[in-house]
Design a protein around this ligand. Structure first.
Ligand SMILES: [Zn+2]
Length: 80
């Protein structure tokens, strides 16, 4: 058993068998590992990676800009 695992820096799950991500406690139980037997490398699971991309890509916000109330230069919301 290779005890090197990639741990998501957002939700702290670890990669298990390639595509599956499990809680660290579940992962340790499954492989009967002690915390000191696992070396964790930093990474991001697919879900969090997707979420992170949503947060960091301003271009995705501009597409939904039309649904946001327009604010005039004086800072007041225009209702007319
Ligand atoms: Zn994650």
């Amino acid at each position: 058993m290779d005890s090197t695992a990639t741990q998501c820096q957002f939700c702290w799950r670890v990669r298990d068998d390639g595509a599956r991500w499990s809680d660290l406690s579940v992962f340790m139980q499954k492989y009967n590992l002690q915390p000191h037997e696992i070396s964790l490398s930093e990474g991001y699971c697919p879900q969090c990676n997707e979420f992170y991309c949503l947060l960091t890509q301003p271009s995705l916000y501009s597409s939904s800009e039309m649904s946001v109330p327009r604010v005039s230069e004086t800072g007041q919301t225009q209702n007319t």
